[in-house]
Design a protein around this ligand. Structure first.
Ligand SMILES: [Zn+2]
Length: 120
């Protein structure tokens, strides 16, 4: 039980209460502000990727349903790992959604894009 406890913000050794995490109020404030800032910028980044994905799908899919190659999606800057929700049918087919635009990967590697019209 002789392990030294260190301030989470500045690595100074901590004395006193066992549940202490910071050496000072300054360090506590600094630490939490930094975390909040990086969380917010991460959220902003994800939001902007999702919005961009939506714009790409809408741009490629003006008629409400179309099929495009993966290459074309990627050339437009589409990020396949970013979507808002998933829907898996009883047959085990998974539809991906970016807001109201759905997309599904076909056996040949292309994607069908479809606009979701009925929101349950
Ligand atoms: Zn400190």
């Amino acid at each position: 039980m002789s392990e030294k406890r260190k301030c989470l913000a500045c690595d100074n050794e901590l004395f006193g209460r066992i549940d202490k995490k910071f050496c000072s109020d300054y360090c506590r404030t600094h630490h939490y502000n930094k975390n909040n800032l990086s969380n917010r910028s991460y959220m902003r980044e994800v939001n902007s990727i999702l919005k961009k994905n939506l714009k790409i799908l809408e741009g490629l899919n003006p008629q409400g349903k179309t099929t495009v190659s993966e290459k074309k999606l990627l050339e437009n800057g589409f990020r396949l790992n970013y979507f808002t929700n998933l829907y898996t049918t009883k047959k085990g087919i998974t539809y991906f959604f970016c807001y109201d635009q759905g997309f599904i990967k076909l056996a040949n590697g292309s994607y069908t894009i479809f606009k979701k019209t009925d929101f349950e």
